[in-house]
Design a protein around this ligand. Sequence first.
Ligand SMILES: [Zn+2]
Length: 256
Amino acid sequence: MADTITFLGTAGARFVVISQILASGGLWLSLSGTEILVDPGPGCIVQSTKRKLRADKLSAIIVSHRHLDHSADVNIMVEAMTKGGFKRHGWLFAPADALETEPVIFSYLKEYLEGIEILQEGKSYSIGNVSFDTPIRHIHSVDTYGMLFRTAEHTFSYIADSRYFDGLCQNYGGELLIINVVRLESNHPYDHLSMPDAEHIIMELKPKVAILTHFGMTVWRAKPWKIAQRLSEQTGVKVIAARDGMKFDLSQLDNS
Ligand SMILES: [Zn+2]
């Protein structure tokens, strides 16, 4: 069965998201027949319905961290996943601080879910016939995890928001890397990955394909598709800049 990833948006961080220069909305994974939504940022309900992706087919929603650009539409997507709450269905995965003192999800909607699982460092989870690990806690201002997914046919990683640190890349791998690259330059003390960080990660992990997404304003102004082209030449790995609505078929990885 096919494995595909649809980019419901490619905007990262505040300014590109609040201006909607690029859409935001997260990743829609369709993996061996299991549908999973990752990081439902603002507009996820609009972007997914526009693309005829059926939220009631989702088995789970995963929130990498509580920042708005990753979680703003989680409530409406839970409502959509559960057919307006009439069908108790689906799971929510999120770090503890997204669920505790100031939960990203309204309490009345929790009743609609089959359950909630807390993401923790070094744990493995399964959803239908897909499994994923959250190998390491990222360095970000809130509890944040990336994911290493395994399907029957493919292994790929989603490296969510983080400051670069030694040990970040060793914990990820697979034929495909999706990297949230907010910043163009690395000379800033921010908790986000930059293009030089992405280049380093790609060189370390040598995936078959790397997809850059979650662009901040500096990356957007520098034309991410041009940066991807340059990184492809420098690393020898096929690097793609995601576009809003792009659907990546993982079968492309099989014969490359
Ligand atoms: Zn963040």
